[in-house]
Ligand binder design. Structure first.
Ligand SMILES: Cc1cc2nc3c(=O)[nH]c(=O)nc-3n(C[C@H](O)[C@H](O)[C@H](O)COP(=O)(O)O)c2cc1C
Length: 370
């Protein structure tokens, strides 16, 4: 009977347990959107994770949608990330870069030369962008030309090479949470009538081309993909999410990736049964996806053990709990209480609420880095 602490061999990795640190934007990159020592300290403190998945990281300047998020498109950013990956490896951890383009979830204030953000279609999102001068309503984005989409695939390829130079152990393609790849995939944000819109095959063409470009650089055994089929976050939806994501997952499965990372629907926090809140897709996904499946969304220890024991997922990613507990695997193992989360310091600031959450004591023996 497997549980959260049953070791796991996946691709080139021998993992001591199945606790993953979920990607979390913390808006604390330094000058030029480059990571720096503070970020290296934060990630190193969390090196006991089976995998650290980094905060979302823009692949190009146009991919940015919030202040202070890191990039992976300049030499300074590569150097900054190298400091982070060295720190994590020194502590025995494994770190995967989440590759990001926000698409329409941006604002001219955050774009090069104040241009409009780009998207599959000129459909304005409801809500507000976080800019350097406060929250401002989202604007109507400019629809990408087909040639620009091909260009973006190449930008993802270059960013994947940069991630390799920065010393990561792998990369995760961010296909979730209403950002650019999700905007192509789901039909509320994609009204294109060319080969990138309309049918589900066409809507998945760009996300799959990005995946192929990244796999060219890394090999499939070091590439993951994140989806959130039912999440409405960032004003997005799909008229038939089961069909859309069944197709996408089936196509991704043909590529034999390291993992599929699923953000579940809704808030399952509070010790409920994972069965109460599961996505309609969840059980089927297990049949579609033969490789490692990471699930995420409000999990605690009991729910994690249950979902793994049921064979519905192989690993569980923890977001907010990991932010506030640098030694989360140890706390999950021993049942020790969590630190309180300070929501006021989630996004932006410096060390407070970032590197000053306390650990209990000596950490778990880290597994050898690889
Ligand atoms: C502060 C914060 C920042 C986040 N940033 C990202 C991100 O950069 N990329 C992403 O895919 N999800 C992001 N998420 C979502 C988390 O990865 C995760 O899906 C969510 O927190 C649910 O998991 P949890 O209930 O264990 O916290 C963020 C969540 C939080 C709390």
């Amino acid at each position: 009977m497997a549980d959260l602490f049953t070791p796991l061999s996946v691709g080139p990795f021998d993992l001591p347990h199945r606790v993953v640190m979920a990607p979390m934007t913390r808006n604390r990159a330094g000058d030029g959107n480059a990571p720096h020592t503070l970020n290296a300290t934060y990630y190193q403190q969390r090196s006991d994770a089976a995998f650290i998945i980094t905060e979302a990281t823009q692949i190009c300047p146009e991919g940015m949608g919030y202040p202070g998020t890191p990039g992976i498109h300049s030499n300074a950013q590569i150097d900054g990330w190298r400091e982070v990956t060295d720190a994590v490896h020194e502590a025995g951890g494994r770190i995967i870069l989440q590759m990001w383009h926000v698409g329409r979830i941006s604002h001219p204030d955050l774009q090069p030369d104040g241009r409009d953000p780009v998207a599959p279609s000129a459909i304005q999102p409801a809500g507000e962008a976080m800019t350097l001068s406060g929250m401002k309503p989202f604007v109507t984005p400019r629809a990408l030309e087909a040639a620009e989409i091909e260009d973006l695939v190449e930008q993802y390829r270059v960013a994947a090479k940069n991630a390799d130079m920065a010393g990561f152990d792998g990369v995760e393609v961010h296909g979730a949470n209403g950002y650019l790849l999700d905007q192509f995939t789901r039909d509320s944000t994609n009204a294109r009538d060319d080969e990138y819109g309309g049918s589900v095959e066409n809507r998945c063409r760009f996300p799959l081309a990005v995946t192929d470009a990244v796999v060219d650089v890394w090999g499939p055994e070091r590439v993951g993909y994140r989806i959130s089929p039912f999440q409405p976050y960032n004003d997005i939806s799909d008229s038939d999410p089961v069909a859309t994501f069944t197709y996408l997952a089936t196509e991704l499965a043909k590529r034999d990736l390291l993992y599929l990372h699923m953000v579940e629907l809704g808030d399952t926090r509070g010790g409920g049964s994972f069965q109460d809140s599961r996505d309609p897709l969840f059980a089927d996904l297990r049949n579609i996806w033969p490789n490692t499946l990471i699930t995420n969304g409000g999990y605690d220890r009991a729910m994690s053990d249950a979902v793994i024991d049921a064979g519905l997922a192989d690993m569980v990613a923890f977001g907010a709990p990991y932010l506030a507990n640098p030694d989360l695997p140890e706390r999950l193992l021993t049942g020790a209480a969590y630190n309180d989360q300070d929501r006021a310091t989630f996004y932006g600031g410096a060390a407070a609420g970032y590197t000053d959450y306390s650990a209990l004591g000596p950490a778990l023996d880290p597994a050898p880095g690889q």
